[in-house]
Design a protein around this ligand. Structure first.
Ligand SMILES: Cc1ncc(COP(=O)(O)O)c(C=O)c1O
Length: 389
């Protein structure tokens, strides 16, 4: 009775079943996939959420694109990252996931296609399918640094392609959009009236400031959307505030905004309290962001230091974001390594296949975890993934 937009089987996979069994047996699992910043022992100031109770929140003023004060605060936050955008080109959403859904409604008819990077964030499969849009992969390739394989982009494009999705820095490869790659993507997109959608939720977490990284709004001659939100930039996923910055030729942006307003007006999904509090939350989020950045750097250094004793394991270059990728000997299928780690070492990690890596064997860990537990669990992961000595 359900639609074909949903998966045909709702059964748990082998890893989910093993997690359930370990938890039922009373085992305490160290979760190295934890990407929820509110659960990793960071210190959130007690007064942080006080602005949500502002008296202005008692009044409902439905604005499809968001309250002006919040849009202006987000535009100012774009400027903090060096991106000049006016508040009338910023719209609010309840999350980045919702931003994708709204943009697909704006740009695509049923059966249209969007290009998605591989490896990347597994939610794209559902986000596209739920909107009756087809996700067509293009490849990122690792040659000491992850870069977009432009031949795969050209190959993936068809006359049904409506957008190219770019995640920068990408989850989980941690790679930023490179200036040269943006120039080529913009050329391809402009020629065919395809939009660029840049998921820049992790853009604040840049490990090497000297990196030749850029952002989609730098491509001024093509319609582009930059997605962000409090969930990553301020470590506040529970507040459900995301945003989209619109960029490109003025006449096209104006037309896009007018059409987008109809989509957003249908839902009016962003709550008033989070909008009235947006400016304060963005400001105080800087402290949480700094804690997350320090945690990510610390755990990455610890991972690298420990991995140095395991020559068979390569910790791939990370430019930013909250994850690290290890290439490990492919002596057993990724899934059996993940199950071994769960059942014998009480550690949960992600297999590369979860993110559509092109081959085995890769292991992905979140760098958010509490340091002492992280160090101990990583030691177990390295020892098992290195294989028999
Ligand atoms: C690349 C990427 N985009 C978007 C999201 C979701 O963000 P939001 O909480 O704003 O929906 C995530 C969450 O992990 C992510 O990794």
């Amino acid at each position: 009775m359900t639609s074909s937009r949903l998966p045909s089987s709702l059964e748990l996979n082998a890893v989910a079943r093993a997690i359930q069994a370990r938890r039922r047996s009373g085992a305490s699992i160290v979760d190295l996939t934890e990407s929820n910043p509110t659960r990793v022992g960071l210190s959130y100031p007690k007064q942080l959420l006080a602005p949500l109770a502002d008296a202005r929140s008692a009044e409902y003023d439905p604005q499809p694109l968001g309250l002006w004060s919040a849009r202006a605060a987000v535009a100012a936050d774009f400027r903090r990252r060096g991106i000049v955008i006016s508040a009338d080109r910023v719209v609010l959403t309840s999350s980045t996931s919702e931003a994708y859904a709204l943009l697909f409604k704006l740009l695509c008819d049923a059966g249209d296609r969007v290009l998605v990077p591989h490896p990347s964030y597994p939610l794209f499969e559902h986000l596209t399918r739920l909107e009756c849009v087809e996700a067509v992969p293009y490849s990122l390739e690792y040659h000491g640094q992850w870069r977009i394989d432009m031949a795969s982009v050209r190959h993936a494009i068809s006359d049904r392609t409506r957008a190219i999705l770019i995640v920068s820095p990408n989850n989980p490869t941690g790679s930023f959009l490179h200036r040269d790659d943006l120039a080529l993507l913009a050329e391809i997109a402009a020629e065919r009236s395809i939009a660029l959608i840049g998921d820049e939720v992790f853009a604040d977490y840049k490990l090497d400031p000297a990196e030749a990284a850029t952002h989609v709004l730098a491509a001024s001659d093509v319609v582009a959307f930059s997605l962000g939100g409090l969930s990553k930039s301020a470590g506040l996923p529970q507040l459900k505030l995301g945003w989209i910055g619109f960029g490109g030729p003025s006449d096209q942006v104006d037309a896009m905004l007018a059409a987008y307003e109809i989509v957003a007006d249908t839902y009016l999904s962003v709550s008033t309290p989070v909008q009235t509090a947006a400016a304060d939350l963005i400001e105080s989020g800087a402290g949480i962001r700094a804690q997350i950045m320090a945690r990510v750097k610390r755990n990455l250094e610890s991972l690298r230091a420990q991995a140095a004793s395991f020559p068979a394991i390569d910790v791939l270059r990370v430019e930013g974001g909250w994850s690290a990728v290890m290439q490990v000997p492919a002596v057993q299928p990724e899934e059996s390594l993940i199950l071994d780690l769960l059942e014998n070492d009480d550690v949960l990690v992600h297999p590369g296949y979860f993110f559509d890596f092109p081959r085995e064997a890769f292991v992905v860990v979140s760098l958010l975890g509490e340091p002492a537990a992280f160090d101990k669990a990583i030691a177990r992961v390295l020892a098992r993934a290195a294989g028999p000595s």
